[in-house]
Unconditional design. Structure first.
Length: 66
């Protein structure tokens, strides 16, 4: 699997926000224009990527059985 395929898979196929569309409901409900919706969607994407990176960074330190 190439890096591009891995990134695409993580952003589109295995992303619960895009798969279930649950995380976007509050974002769509509070926007008044397409530009605001796009910027809020990008902010949501940024937060999801950073949180995934943080969890991936600490995953080796967390024991298998909690």
């Amino acid at each position: 699997m190439t890096k591009l395929q891995l990134i695409t898979k993580g952003l589109v196929k295995d992303n619960p926000t895009f798969v279930l569309i649950l995380g976007m409901c509050p974002t769509l409900a509070t926007t008044t224009s397409a530009i605001n919706g796009l910027s809020m969607g990008l902010a949501t994407l940024f937060v999801l990527i950073l949180s995934n990176m943080a969890i991936s960074a600490i995953a080796p330190a967390v024991p298998d059985k909690v």
